[in-house]
Design a protein around this ligand. Structure first.
Ligand code: ZN
Ligand code: ZN
Length: 182
């Protein structure tokens, strides 16, 4: 989403402008996600500050059942944008050295999409779940346990402990071998 801030850049520090956001924005992969929210732009001494609460849904794979689902993300955006031209004189301005800083272009337009995309990516959970109580897939037969039960004996070894058990077994074996060679 592009916002023209030429009027705000001419206003005094602390002046604000509110607007609502409802746009498809590319967040992950090739698909655009509808992003909604309300944002406030405030004039700062160097540029403008964009703040607001944003919501979107992005397609994601459930970490338990591997099903693709739309994961709702809500997150805040707070980014300062710096003009590359002086609004009154039209002369080029020094922009911050940080390579990731957001700029207002020579037409006094700022593009919100990249800031929204970056904040949305940060809001994605490490282990997305299609629902809180997703039963996941059976470790043995692979069946989706949300849809059907299976008779596999899952009580033997919790997968989280399997590695540990392997290590213990390996340890026992190496001790035994040591004894044999003594
Ligand atoms: Zn799931
Ligand atoms: Zn099973």
């Amino acid at each position: 989403m592009e916002v023209n801030v030429s009027q705000l850049l001419q206003a005094s520090i602390g002046n604000t402008r509110d607007f609502s956001l409802d746009e498809p924005i590319l967040i992950i992969d090739e698909s655009e996600s509808r992003v909604t929210g309300t944002l406030r732009v405030t004039k700062t001494h160097r540029g403008v500050l964009v703040q607001g609460a944003v919501e979107t849904k992005v397609p994601m794979e459930c970490s338990r059942c591997l099903k693709t689902f739309k994961n709702k993300l809500t997150f805040d955006v707070e980014e300062e944008y710096f003009p590359c031209l002086d609004i009154k004189s039209g002369n080029p301005l020094d922009t911050p050295d940080e390579p990731d800083s957001f700029l207002i272009d020579e037409h006094h337009i700022l593009d919100l999409n990249e800031a929204i995309r970056q904040n949305a990516l940060l809001a994605i959970p490490m282990k997305p779940l299609c629902r809180k109580d997703c039963a996941g897939l059976c470790q043995i037969c692979g069946r989706d346990l949300n849809k059907a039960h299976c008779d596999c004996d899952k009580g033997i070894i919790d997968p989280r402990w399997a590695k540990l058990t392997d290590l213990v077994e390996a340890g026992k074996k190496s001790k035994k071998r040591k004894k044999e060679t003594e």
